[in-house]
Design a protein around this ligand. Structure first.
Ligand SMILES: *[C@@H]1O[C@H](CO)[C@@H](O)[C@H](O)[C@H]1NC(C)=O
Ligand SMILES: *[C@@H]1O[C@H](CO)[C@@H](O)[C@H](O)[C@H]1NC(C)=O
Ligand SMILES: *[C@@H]1O[C@H](CO)[C@@H](O)[C@H](O)[C@H]1NC(C)=O
Ligand SMILES: *[C@@H]1O[C@H](CO)[C@@H](O)[C@H](O)[C@H]1NC(C)=O
Length: 413
């Protein structure tokens, strides 16, 4: 294992440990309980709120100790993948010396250091529990709805704690967080037409979950296939049944053990596994009607609408989780339908390194959107190199984050 991989791996481990040690888990905290009259609430309506101690690392799994002025949580109504009313939670963070006219919805994955960068710039940040209370990992519809409804509740409730009445707001996410953000951007015009994002920045995109399964199988990320399949099965009763009928009985317990671990556990236990050997019909299992319908309905981007907000898309051409060609195709499809996209293909690095190295450009792009700077119409694609990190972006990131970046990227900078 290279030094770079080793340090990335320790960031993963750290995050798992932080989750394990965190305050009362949501499943045991009555604050998260979904009310029995959930369907009496409208989408995006607050169910309850609370203010929590402003120590981010205890619940955001940050590898940094970031002190902020205030942290609020809102439980709100959203819509699950079957169209039913469900509750989800969002955390709103006010940094010190904030600019209350700037708000970013950062959909966290394992790269939460970016939250710290956004806070550093004085932006208010909200981060959505986009998998919902059942941890429905990689479920596009539910994730997209949750991001849109969390934006609604933050815009409605934020002004009573100091956010502007009319802030500029943007979305940002990487990998699983990008999945939630892109689904939100696709669904926005039909589900939340009143929202007006200044921009949506997404990296490490996974446009096609079927293709992701094939790409990661037997590699170091094979564990994601277990978590994703399990996450999707929780959202769709027909997939729950299909999964229990299709798993090889002698391997079923091991499947669920890998699938239900936290991300770094799933990554280490699932590493190198041939995921398809867990299924009676091997890889062909995924061509059966039920998984095929779900992967298309809630795993394929580009079929539910065209984003109206301008987008910044960044992706390493060496991404080993989702082939860059899938993102090329998605961008082409959106652009053909009138989207405005600046697409950076990074010729250096992998899915993990891009999470960090691409964040500087994303941050700059979002910063321009929050200042109200107009985007050019249409689309542009640029091949970039890691070395395009300028002194200006380093200043933007702040020294502490830059040090983290260096630690993670090691000799690549
Ligand atoms: C749901 O029920 C609670 C408890 O009875 C009540 O306070 C609340 O107003 C109800 N919410 C809606 C939207 O009807
Ligand atoms: C984080 O920073 C705060 C304020 O500087 C400090 O009180 C706290 O002990 C720190 N926590 C950790 C885990 O380092
Ligand atoms: C998604 O990926 C699968 C597997 O590579 C492929 O068969 C399918 O055509 C792709 N779907 C789209 C819409 O590109
Ligand atoms: C499985 O359930 C989903 C959601 O209700 C539905 O869209 C899909 O068509 C179903 N698949 C099959 C094969 O019936």
């Amino acid at each position: 294992m290279s030094a770079t991989m080793l340090s990335i791996f320790s960031v993963f481990l750290l995050i798992c440990a932080a989750f394990a040690a965190s305050i009362t888990p949501p499943s045991q905290d009555p604050w998260y309980e979904q009310p029995s009259n959930i369907s009496d609430y409208v989408a995006g309506e607050m169910i309850r709120s609370r203010s929590v101690p402003p120590e981010l690392e205890s619940f955001l799994a940050l590898p940094l100790n970031v002190s902020v002025k205030a942290v609020y949580q809102y439980l709100f109504r959203t819509t699950d993948s079957l169209g039913d009313a469900v509750a989800s939670a969002v955390t709103l963070i006010e940094p010190y010396n904030s600019d209350p006219s700037k708000l970013v919805g950062y959909q966290a994955f394992y790269d939460s250091a970016n939250i710290a960068a956004a806070l550093n710039l004085g932006w208010w940040v909200f981060t959505t529990d986009y998998e919902g209370l059942n941890a429905e990992f990689t479920v596009g519809l539910q994730s997209g709805h949750a991001v849109l409804d969390s934006t609604r509740v933050v815009l409605d409730e934020g002004p009573s704690v100091g956010l502007s009445r009319n802030p500029r707001y943007a979305l940002w996410g990487y990998s699983g967080g990008a999945l939630a953000s892109i689904w939100a951007a696709e669904l926005q015009s039909s589900y939340a037409p009143e929202l007006n994002y200044a921009g949506v920045a997404v990296g490490g995109t996974t446009p096609n979950t079927t293709s992701v399964l094939q790409t990661i199988n037997t590699g170091s990320h094979a564990g994601l296939a277990f978590s994703a399949t399990y996450g999707q099965s929780k959202a769709f009763p027909n997939l729950t049944n299909w999964l229990s009928e299709s798993l090889v009985p002698s391997k079923s317990a091991q499947f669920y053990s890998i699938a239900s671990g936290c991300l770094s556990q799933a990554t280490s236990q699932g590493s190198g596994q041939d995921f398809f050997t867990y299924f009676k019909n091997g890889e062909a299992s995924f061509n059966e009607d039920v998984p095929r319908s779900i992967h298309k309905w809630s795993g394929q981007m580009g079929l539910h609408g065209t984003p109206t907000a301008p987008m910044f898309v960044y992706k390493s051409t060496g991404d080993e989780i989702s082939p860059v060609e899938d993102t090329d195709d998605l961008v082409k499809k959106y652009c053909g339908a009138g989207a405005r996209i600046e697409y950076h293909r990074d010729l250096v690095g992998t899915h993990e390194t891009e999470a960090i190295s691409g964040s500087a450009s994303a941050l700059e792009w979002i910063s321009d959107r929050l200042k109200g700077k107009a985007v050019e119409s249409g689309c542009s694609t640029k091949n970039v190199l890691l070395s395009s990190l300028s002194a200006e972006t380093v200043a933007l990131l702040g020294e502490e984050l830059f040090a983290l970046l260096q630690a993670v990227l090691g000799g690549m900078l």
